[in-house]
Design a protein around this ligand. Structure first.
Ligand code: ZN
Length: 460
C-alpha cells in the first residue's frame, strides 16, 4: 500500500483523532489554561510517537513547552523540518459561536472548532502523512524528519528564538515546511514566498516642563503636538514614498519576472475598496497594490497621543506628544539600521524650540524565499498533485519572524504551504477547517515530502 492509499483508507480515523486534538482548550494567553497547554503538548508528543518518530521530547520553556521530534534513519537523504503550533486564540465573544468552540462539529464540509485551521488541523496533516509514509516504506521514511511544534505562536513566540538558537543541531534542515496559512481560493493554491519585517518605534516630543494654559502662553511656545505633526508630515514625500535618507538603499528591486508572477494574483481596486471601505488607494503610484503591500517598505503612524482627548473642551498647551510608528520592511533592509535612519531623520527635523527622542520597541527581519530552487519546484508539483492546479506566488505584507530566523540560520528554503482558506475565521468566532482542504492537504504533503527526499543535501 502506498502512502496515498494508506491515507485514503484512514480518513475516518484521522478525522476522529483531529477532533480529540481540537477538544483540548489550549489557549496560550490565558493562565487558567496552563494545564491544557501541557495536555496539548503531550497529545502532540504521543501522536508523533505513534507516527514512528524516534526521538520525541517535550522541552519546557519559561512559557509553554515546545514539542520536538525527529527521525534520522535515512543517512545521506535530505532533512526536512516541519514547524507548527498547538496553541490557539481565546474564543470570545463566546455567544457568537454557533456551536461550542472546543466541541468540534461537522457542518457540511467544514469542521468547526477553535484551532481547526490555525493551526492544529494543518499541523495534524503532516503528522498523519509521516505515519502514512512509514507504512508505505516498511517502517522507514525516505528522508529525515524533524518536528518543531510550539505553544506560544499566538503570544508572539516569546521563547522560540532562544530555543532555536540553543538547539540548532537538532533543527538544522535542507528545507523547512510551515503550514499555518491560507491558499488564495479553494481551486487556486498559492505559495507565500515573501514576508515583510518590522521596526516598531515611538517618537516623543517634549516642550515646556508641564502642561500650560493656552491663554497664558499660547503664541510663545512651539506646541509639542504641532511640532510632532510637523515632523511626521515630513516623513513622507509628495509622491508618498518615505522621506528618510537611506531608507530605500538596501531594498532589493523587483525584477520583471517577479512582477509578472505577482501580477497573476488578482487584486483589483474594487476588491481593495470592498475590503477597506476607504475612498481610494494611496501609495507609490508606480507599484501595483499587491507590490505595495508585499514588496515595498512603509512607514506608518500607529497612534498619536497628546494633550486633552476627553469629552468637551480644555484649553491646554500639552507638555509632550507621542507617536507610535512602525516600518514594514522588505529584503535586504535591516530593522536596526532602519531605526537609526529614522532617528537621524527625526533629529534633523526637530526644531530647536522642542526636544525629541526615538525609542525602538520591536524588530523583525524581512524574508524572501527564492522562487527558483529545487525545493520550490517540489512544492509546486506537490500542490499540483494535491489540488490539481499550479500554485501562484504571493508576497504578504505581514511578519512571521521564524521564517527569517530559520532561513538565515540554516541558509535553506522555508516553504509556506498552507491548506486553509481566507474565510476560515482564524482568531474569530466559528473558526473552521474545510475537510476537502484537510484531505487535499494530506495528498499535497505526501507529494511534498516524497519530492523533498530527492533534493540536493546540504546537512550531511
Ligand atoms: Zn497560526
Amino acid at each position: 500500500m502506498n502512502a496515498y492509499e494508506y491515507a485514503d483508507s484512514h480518513r475516518a480515523e484521522f478525522l476522529e483523532e483531529l477532533k480529540d486534538f481540537l477538544r483540548i482548550p489550549s489557549i496560550s494567553t490565558l493562565p487558567e489554561h496552563k494545564d491544557d497547554m501541557q495536555r496539548a503538548a503531550q497529545w502532540v508528543a504521543d501522536q508523533l510517537k505513534m507516527a514512528g518518530m524516534e526521538r520525541v521530547e517535550i522541552f519546557p520553556t519559561p512559557g509553554h513547552p515546545i514539542v520536538y521530534a525527529n527521525w534520522n534513519g535515512a543517512p545521506g537523504a535530505p532533512t526536512v523540518l516541519i514547524y507548527g503550533h498547538y496553541d490557539v486564540q481565546p474564543v470570545d465573544p463566546l455567544d457568537e459561536w454557533q456551536t461550542p468552540p472546543f466541541e468540534p462539529t461537522l457542518r457540511g464540509d467544514d469542521l468547526v472548532a477553535r484551532g481547526a485551521s490555525d493551526d492544529k488541523g494543518q499541523v495534524f496533516v503532516h503528522i498523519k502523512v509521516v505515519e502514512a509514509l512509514r507504512q508505505a516504506y516498511n517502517g522507514k521514511l525516505p528522508l529525515n524528519i524533524r518536528f518543531l511544534i510550539e505553544g506560544e505562536e499566538e503570544v508572539s513566540s516569546k521563547h522560540l528564538d532562544d530555543f532555536i538558537h540553543a538547539h540548532q543541531d537538532l533543527l538544522r534542515a535542507d528545507a523547512t515546511v510551515i503550514s499555518d496559512g491560507a491558499i488564495l481560493s479553494p481551486d487556486q493554491p498559492s505559495i507565500v514566498y515573501g514576508l515583510r519585517g518590522m521596526t516598531y518605534m515611538e517618537i516623543e516630543v517634549k516642550g515646556p516642563r508641564s502642561d500650560l494654559h493656552s491663554g497664558g502662553y499660547g503664541g510663545t511656545v512651539h506646541n509639542p503636538a504641532q511640532a510632532l505633526c510637523e515632523i511626521i508630515a515630513a516623513l513622507h514625500n509628495p509622491d508618498n514614498s518615505v522621506a528618510v535618507p537611506g531608507f530605500y538603499d538596501k531594498v532589493r528591486p523587483l525584477d520583471p519576472a517577479e512582477r509578472a508572477a505577482l501580477a497573476k494574483v488578482p487584486f483589483t481596486v474594487e476588491e481593495w475598496q470592498r475590503q477597506t471601505g476607504a475612498p481610494q488607494p494611496w501609495g507609490e503610484a508606480e507599484y501595483t497594490l499587491h507590490e505595495r503591500i508585499g514588496a515595498r517598505p512603509t512607514l506608518e503612524v500607529n497612534g498619536l497621543i497628546s494633550g486633552f482627548t476627553g469629552v468637551g473642551s480644555k484649553t491646554v498647551l500639552p507638555a509632550r506628544a507621542l507617536a507610535k510608528i512602525s516600518c514594514r520592511l522588505v529584503p535586504d533592509q535591516d530593522p536596526f539600521e532602519v531605526e537609526e535612519l529614522v532617528r537621524a531623520r527625526v533629529r534633523a527635523l526637530t526644531p530647536p524650540d522642542v526636544t525629541s527622542e526615538v525609542r525602538g520597541l520591536n524588530y523583525a527581519y524581512p524574508s524572501v524565499v527564492p522562487i527558483n530552487s529545487p525545493a520550490m519546484d517540489v512544492a509546486i508539483a506537490a500542490y499540483e498533485r494535491g489540488f490539481g492546479a499550479r500554485p501562484v506566488f504571493m508576497r504578504e505584507g505581514g511578519t512571521l519572524p521564524i521564517v527569517a530566523t530559520l532561513q538565515h540560520l540554516f541558509n535553506a528554503p522555508v516553504l509556506l504551504i498552507g491548506f486553509g482558506l481566507h474565510d476560515d475565521n482564524a482568531h474569530a468566532p466559528n473558526e473552521k477547517f474545510w475537510l476537502t482542504g484537510f484531505y487535499k492537504g494530506i495528498t499535497t504533503s505526501i507529494a511534498l515530502l516524497e519530492g523533498l527526499s530527492k533534493i540536493p543535501v546540504k546537512t550531511g
